[in-house]
Design a protein around this ligand. Structure first.
Ligand SMILES: Nc1ncnc2c1ncn2[C@@H]1O[C@H](COP(=O)(O)OP(=O)(O)OP(=O)(O)O)[C@@H](O)[C@H]1O
Ligand SMILES: [Mg+2]
Length: 640
């Protein structure tokens, strides 16, 4: 009752279905035309769009063209349900299409249509792997219709970014889109332009300023993939850029990098002393001499010697004491601290006194120069700025109320192309975690021997390690992914459907990743997915489960729970959770009656997060209103 505001999906769908025959008639007439003729038609559509023809009127021919182009270039013809999905997206809805139904291909329809106007169409997703994969797989179809395609990836330099945004169609992550927006905003202010005449209007105006130029060209249309993750879960995440600009920033960055590159030349006891109780590194005379003999780039010319000693000592300390995977991991080009006690990722936390930056330099990442805040925007505000916004995901319905409230976007549920063959096996509930993990390992062992591939989602790195040890004891060969770098992991998760493969990953790694079944796997039942614990949000569980049974493939999944699971503590509070846990430990079997408790607790946690987000939203709104009233840019700090 609480989450399910009646969504008239059926009404929308009934209306849109009427267009399907029209698409087919048009498509039939296109089939006899040459590639060149298709492109000519596309050009003519572009002309019509630019001369002010309503996009709505270009939908039939535009969609039919895209369908035909995809068939010719990709060997995939948009299913009818994908055409319906495309219509939902062109109508600024959130399209819920089951995992594995082909949202990547569906996206080409609204992307192509909006790109016709010539102000760019942007597809935002959750990681670099997906951005690049989707841009590259869909590129041939777009290009057949004369559309250019660009991708913005985390390591890209400004020139590459500008080129990517200048394309008709641009893929990238929400985060990169946001940071580029902020960097442009700061630049425009430095250039003394009124930002508002450039941004928000979707203008394609070129800039003649000497040297630096903005990379983006306005906010016309954004299609957000994994919309629940980006627009709901990450909505409040602020993207922040510091104040140190231009030369000063370059110098600090260069010095961190220089120190990191040279750190290994210094040898303990020969060049520096290490004090074990204070963990301090200090260069000795020989070390200082070595340092002075090292060449420095011109940009570092004005860095003082004392500073150089400090930078170097810090770099040595980081080499020595801060270990990859033990103390930190890397996620999309960022250092994420691993809490030493829990083995969990401490998202958002940073080491102080330049240590964090020294580690970034050591890992050859972009150095986040420590400075005050100069510009910030939340993911939510970023997307609310687009003139047209649409979203798609496999898991939207349970967040329908929030989508409506915050974005005024209705969720439309698109039916599947073929009935799903994903089968849920009976939940397994245990008195305590130990028994649960043993049962999981035993199930993996058994299915593995039968030759089935298995994907196991865990909630944290330490739990992955625990399971890994149990599996090793049973002699089950497996892959453990430790959320070091989500994009790389996605590539490995994509292989999880190969015969006999066992993949242990954190729940997050799966989102959006397409797992194709290896030879013979479908015959023995497809991929089996194991949820080892309920997540805070059922949507995350559904995403993991959605890695199997894609495109009508066979597949199974099972959820495991234990009475001392986190979810019960967060949902019911420690006392109730404690009572349940002690009840559970006394009982040997027959735990299934507790199933509803878990779901109830998960709902509670979901509602709590929803409330937290609403409160934040309210505060943010007030803050922006105040700044506007004072004539300030709500995204920029006042001090320059
Ligand atoms: N019209 C089509 N014809 C043939 N194959 C298709 C078609 N549409 C999609 N597919 C295939 O379906 C698979 C799943 O597609 P995709 O990864 O886009 O799904 P998705 O809906 O984005 O899933 P997720 O929610 O997990 O991101 C891919 O292997 C893709 O090639
Ligand atoms: Mg997808």
């Amino acid at each position: 009752m609480l989450n399910s505001l009646p969504v008239p999906s059926s009404l929308h769908l009934a209306r849109w279905r009427k267009l399907l025959p029209q698409f087919e008639t048009l498509e039939a007439s296109l089939q006899n035309e040459s590639d060149r003729e298709l492109r000519k038609r596309s050009l003519s559509l572009r002309f019509q769009a630019k001369s002010g023809e309503k996009l709505r009127n270009l939908v039939p021919e535009g969609f039919a063209l895209m369908r035909e182009a995809a068939r010719r270039t990709l060997g995939m013809r948009h299913f009818d349900v994908q055409m319906l999905g495309g219509l939902a997206l062109i109508n600024n809805c959130i399209a819920e299409m089951e995992t594995g139904e082909g949202k990547t291909l569906t996206a080409t329809l609204p992307m192509y249509l909006h790109a016709l106007i010539g102000r760019g169409a942007q597809l935002a997703t959750v990681n670099d792997y997906l951005a690049e994969r989707d841009a590259e797989t869909m590129r041939p179809a777009y290009e057949m219709l004369g559309m250019t395609v660009g991708v913005v990836l985390t390591p890209d330099k400004p020139d590459q970014r500008r080129a990517a945004y200048a394309c008709d169609i641009t893929y990238g992550t929400a985060k990169e889109f946001g940071f580029d927006f902020l960097r442009d905003r700061l630049l425009l202010r430095r250039m003394g332009r009124d930002a508002s005449d450039f941004l928000g209007e979707g203008s394609s105006q070129r800039w003649d300023a000497s040297g630096e130029q903005p990379v983006q060209r306005g906010a016309h249309f954004a299609l957000v993939d994994e919309a629940d993750s980006i627009l709901i879960d990450e909505a409040r995440t602020p993207l922040i850029i510091g104040t140190l600009g231009g030369k000063a920033r370059e110098q600090v960055e260069a010095t961190f990098n220089w120190a990191a590159a040279n750190a290994e030349k210094f040898i303990e006891d020969q060049h520096f002393d290490y004090e074990h109780d204070t963990k301090k590194v200090e260069l000795n005379a020989a070390g200082r001499q070595l340092l002075r003999s090292l060449p420095t780039p011109p940009v570092m010319r004005s860095v003082g010697l004392i500073d150089l000693y400090q930078y170097t000592e810090r770099a040595i300390k980081v080499q020595r004491d801060f270990l990859f995977e033990t103390h930190y991991v890397i996620d999309e080009g960022e250092i994420v601290i691993v809490d030493e006690n829990t083995g969990r990722r401490a998202e958002g936390r940073k080491w102080r006194d330049g240590i964090h930056q020294a580690i970034e330099a050591k890992e050859q990442l972009e150095v986040s120069v420590p400075t005050g805040q100069a510009a910030r925007i939340t993911i939510q505000d970023l997307f609310l700025r687009y003139r047209h916004l649409a979203g798609m995901t496999g898991t939207a319905i349970s967040a329908a109320r929030e989508f409506r409230k915050i974005y005024k976007m209705p969720v439309v549920r698109i039916p599947t192309n073929r009935p799903s063959r994903r089968e849920q096996l009976q939940d397994q509930i245990f008195g305590n975690a130990r028994r649960k993990w043993e049962a999981i390992a035993a199930e993996v062992h058994q299915l593995h021997q039968a030759g089935r591939p298995i994907l196991i989602g865990t909630k944290s790195i330490d739990k992955s390690e625990l399971l890994s040890q149990l599996l090793a004891k049973l002699g089950v060969e497996h892959q453990v992914l430790n959320a070091n770098e989500v994009a790389k992991e996605a590539e490995i998760v994509a292989l999880a459907g190969q015969p006999g493969r066992v993949t242990v990953a954190t729940n997050m790694a799966g989102r959006g990743t397409d797992i194709k079944l290896g030879e013979g796997v479908a015959e023995c039942g497809g991929l089996h997915v194991i949820c080892t614990e309920l997540h805070d949000s059922a949507r995350i569980d559904r995403q993991l489960i959605g890695r199997c049974g894609r495109q009508g493939d066979p597949g199974t999944f099972r959820k495991y729970m234990a009475l001392d699971d986190e979810i019960l503590k967060v949902g019911f509070g420690p006392q109730t959770a404690e009572r349940l846990a002690s009840k559970g430990s006394a009982q040997e079997e027959e735990m299934n009656s507790y199933g509803t408790q878990f779901l109830k607790s998960q709902r509670k946690v979901e509602r709590k997060h929803f409330r937290d987000r609403s409160i934040l939203l309210h505060h943010e709104k007030e803050r922006k209103k105040m700044q506007r009233e004072m004539g300030q840019d709500p995204y920029l700090d006042t001090a320059d």
